[in-house]
Design a protein around this ligand. Sequence first.
Ligand code: FEO
Length: 394
Amino acid sequence: MLFKEIKNNVFYTGLNDADRVIFDELIPLEHGTTYNSYLIKGSKKVAIIDTMYPPFSDLYIKNFETNGIENVDYIIANHGEQDHSGSIPMLLEKFPNAIVITNEKCKGNLKEMLLIPDEKIQTIQNDEELSLGDKTLKFILAPGVHWPDTMFTYLKEDNMLFTCDFLGAHLPFEDLYSKNDDLLYSMAKRYYAEIMMPFRLMCKKYLTMIDEIKPDYILPSHGPIYKEPKFILDAYKDWTNDKPKNLVLIPYVSMYGSTEEMVQYVKNGLEKAGISVYTHDIVRDDLGDLAVELVDAATIIVGASMVLAGPHPMAINACILANALKPKAKFASVIGSYGWGGKLVETIASLFTSIKPEFITPVVIKGKLKKEGYDELDALVNTIIEKHKAINLM
Ligand code: FEO
């Protein structure tokens, strides 16, 4: 647990959790994560912004004792999810005079999830300010990036913006601050893909707002602090752009190699034409990598064997996840092989309810590829080339 001054009586009081391997029981973590909590000492009042993941509550509370924090007036909850709010009950025990400051939606969540009593919570409206004496906190409601209860807190005098999960990364750090290197870029992109991409349009809205604020520091609730926010803001502007890149993503599962042969044939044809292709073995590869490629892909081709008259269950799983992440892909198709038949295309198409891509004629064959199959795959490749040209990707 760290206790380190960022500047002017603003302290980092969070934790590097490099050992955590999965988040939300869904997202593999390559390097672990951090839970960022901040303490601000004003001339009259002390505030904490976001708290700690409950397994570390004891350490978190002890950290305040060790560093001589004897009084806290306000606990700002930017968001109700327990990795940030989970230590509020213990904080209230430790600092019984403290009041939780949050918005109405988050208040409901804190009451339901953490059983925090009504009288301990004071709600604020959008743009409302709270004085700590020589420091002023301004609250900016930001529903949709990513929960309905999300808000940012802006420390006016120090031009610091606390964005909660927005603009974060699952990446521990050595000295609090972002190095703005390739590792951070890839971890921030992965985080965006897995957590923020479903809210891409809302992200765009708040990027514009942050551009107007021009904060000197962006302080998210996971990963390093940005002293040069341009790095992450520029990256988000690219990822949230409406236009996809000249990229075809092919998640596939192949039981006896026929579907995989189709995948390779399509990949070769597209690459010869100058289109980037990312193939993803749904069974063996990291699901997070699939999410990352969904950020930019213009076309998704699902490759699947058939099992018990439908797509292989692992293909269904990947399609459900892809659809939930709401990528900007414009086109989709299905390729696959069967032994005794079933509804491969219909089932996969029915899962893309959020993406709503234009479906390109699928190619489904019995057993191994033969001349007609190769011809159909050539037609699929040619159609994708035409479609990418039509939207100026090549
Ligand atoms: Fe990091 Fe939505 O919690």
